[in-house]
Design a protein around this ligand. Structure first.
Ligand SMILES: [Zn+2]
Ligand SMILES: [Zn+2]
Length: 290
C-alpha cells in the first residue's frame, strides 16, 4: 500500500504545503482522502489524476478539507473521466455536494454544451454518507471509518485501510482520542495530524489567547503525537496537517522521537511511503526503513 501525502498543510497558505489531501494506492485501487487546496495539481504531480480515482473520502467538512472538490470534478472531466465520482463523507456531505453542484450549474451546463465532449458522467456524483464501521470493501482493499474527537466539529472521522498484507490508519483532524488508538492498534503506518504549539507563539499577534487555546484543543499537539503512536503500537508514523505550516523540523523530530521509537516521517508534500516495503520516496531520495 503506497501512501502519498499530497498536501501537508492547513488553512494557512504556503506554496510548499498545500491543503490537506492524501492518496492511497493499493493494487489497482486509488483512493483520495480529503480535497484540500491544490489537490488536483498534486495528484498529477504524484502520477495520478482525478480521472483515475476510485473513491474520494472526506474526514470532515471543514473547508480546508473539501474546498477543491469542484475543481477535482471539473479537472477529472477534462482528463477524460467517464464514470461518476464516488464520494464518501460524514453526515452533511450530500447537502454540501448538492449545493456545490448547484452553485456551478449554469456555468457547467453552458460548458458541457459548448465543449461537446463524449461523456458527462464525471459530473454525476455518487455520494455515500457513512457512520463508524466498514465503508468500502472491494478489489482487496477494505476501508473503515472511525470516530475521532475534533471538538465541536461532529462527526469527524479517521480511516483504516486494510489489505491482505498491510494496515494503514489516518487520524483525520483530532485531539488525542482513545478510539483512534484502538482502531490504529498495531498498524503498519499511522498518518497523523500535528499541532506545533511552541511555533504558534510567534503568531500571537494574529490570534487571541482564547482562539489559540481553542484551536490547540481540537488538534493533537506535537508533544502528544508520539505518545499516541506508541500507545497504538504503530510500526511507522508519518506527520502531516501541520499547524503552523512552517516550523523547525529538527526540533519537531526530536520532540516526537522522545515518545516514539519507530520510524518517523516529518511529512512534505509529495512524499510517498510504501507501508509494505517500509520505504520512503521523495524527489530523488529512496530510503529503506528496514
Ligand atoms: Zn484541518
Ligand atoms: Zn478540521
Amino acid at each position: 500500500m503506497l501512501v502519498t501525502l499530497l498536501g501537508t498543510g492547513c488553512p494557512q497558505c504556503h506554496p510548499a504545503r498545500l491543503g490537506p489531501a492524501s492518496l492511497v494506492r493499493a493494487g489497482n485501487t486509488s483512493v483520495l482522502i480529503d480535497c484540500g487546496s491544490g489537490v488536483t495539481q498534486r495528484l498529477v504531480a504524484a502520477g495520478s489524476s482525478g480521472a483515475a480515482l476510485d473513491a474520494v473520502l472526506f474526514t470532515h467538512l471543514h473547508s480546508d478539507h473539501v474546498v477543491d472538490l469542484y475543481q477535482l470534478i471539473v479537472s477529472s472531466w477534462h482528463q477524460g473521466r467517464d464514470r461518476p465520482q464516488r464520494i464518501f463523507g460524514p453526515l452533511g456531505t450530500r447537502a454540501f455536494a448538492d449545493g456545490l453542484m448547484e452553485v456551478w450549474r449554469a456555468e457547467r451546463e453552458a460548458r458541457i454544451q459548448y465543449e461537446a465532449r463524449p461523456s458527462v458522467a464525471a459530473f454525476d456524483l455518487d455520494v455515500v454518507e457513512f457512520e463508524e464501521g466498514a465503508m468500502l470493501d472491494e478489489a482487496g482493499v477494505r476501508i473503515s471509518a472511525f470516530r475521532v474527537d475534533h471538538g465541536p466539529v461532529r462527526p469527524t472521522f479517521g480511516f483504516l485501510f486494510e489489505t491482505a498484507d498491510c494496515q494503514v490508519a489516518f487520524s483525520g483532524d483530532t485531539t488525542v482520542c482513545d478510539n483512534l488508538v484502538r482502531w490504529a492498534g498495531g498498524v503498519d503506518l499511522l498518518v497523523h495530524e500535528c499541532f506545533i504549539h511552541r511555533e504558534m507563539v510567534a503568531q500571537r499577534v494574529m490570534r487571541s489567547e482564547v482562539g489559540l487555546r481553542n484551536v490547540a484543543a481540537y488538534h493533537t499537539l506535537s508533544s502528544e503525537v508520539g505518545k499516541v503512536a506508541s500507545r497504538a503500537g504503530a510500526r511507522m508514523l508519518a506527520l502531516h496537517h501541520f499547524v503552523p505550516l512552517m516550523f523547525d523540523r529538527d526540533a519537531l523530530l526530536a520532540e516526537v522521537r522522545a515518545d516514539y521509537t519507530g520510524p518517523i516521517v516529518v511529512g512534505e508534500d509529495l512524499v510517498s511511503i510504501d507501508a509494505v516495503r517500509r520505504a520512503v520516496t521523495f524527489e530523488d531520495l529512496r530510503l529503506g526503513l528496514g
